[in-house]
Design a protein around this ligand. Structure first.
Ligand SMILES: [Zn+2]
Length: 163
């Protein structure tokens, strides 16, 4: 169970464990704005299990944050659709193959179905005569900038926005 932390201006800031969130709440540094699951019992007190908390004071968010590249993230960005045939994608392909210097970047990774991935092998789309149906890009927006937000809690949706 994890907790989404909102900055004092309600913009999503980060994701922490609910224990860390409770520490912030108990210290008066945050308030619970959404809760879920069974309450947390500690000693003689019972506390709501926070799914979203709001910081009491505004903290400066680091600028220029980009989402760390991950296989799951690439599949999510591309909607689980193969960049070459639009079929259901379960794998991730390096557009420029890794063996030829292709890197693990948002710009070089696309969702790919198993069949296309096997057919493509060590070649570039140009060499195969294939056309990329999407232009791979670094995803942006609060839902991506917040580290850990790729594992979503339904209670977070209202704060993270559509992504
Ligand atoms: Zn495909």
């Amino acid at each position: 169970m994890r907790t989404l932390v909102l900055n004092a201006g309600y913009e999503p800031l980060t994701v922490v464990s609910f224990r860390r969130a409770l520490v912030l709440v108990l210290a008066g540094k945050a308030t619970v704005v959404a809760q879920g699951g069974t309450p947390v019992v500690g000693g003689s007190i019972t506390l709501p299990r926070p799914s979203v908390i709001l910081l009491a004071r505004y903290v400066r968010a680091p600028h220029g944050r980009t989402a760390p590249v991950s296989r799951r993230g690439v599949l999510r960005r591309d909607g689980h659709r193969c960049a070459y045939c639009s079929g259901h994608a379960t794998t991730v392909d390096h557009v420029l193959p890794r063996s030829r210097g292709g890197r693990d970047t948002w710009e070089n990774l696309v969702a790919c179905c198993l069949r296309c991935n096997n057919l493509k092998g060590n070649r570039t789309p140009e060499e195969k005569g294939w056309v990329l149906r999407i232009r791979p890009h670094t995803p942006w927006g609060p839902a991506w900038a917040v580290r850990g937000a790729d594992v979503r809690d339904p209670a977070w949706e209202a704060y993270l926005g559509a992504a």
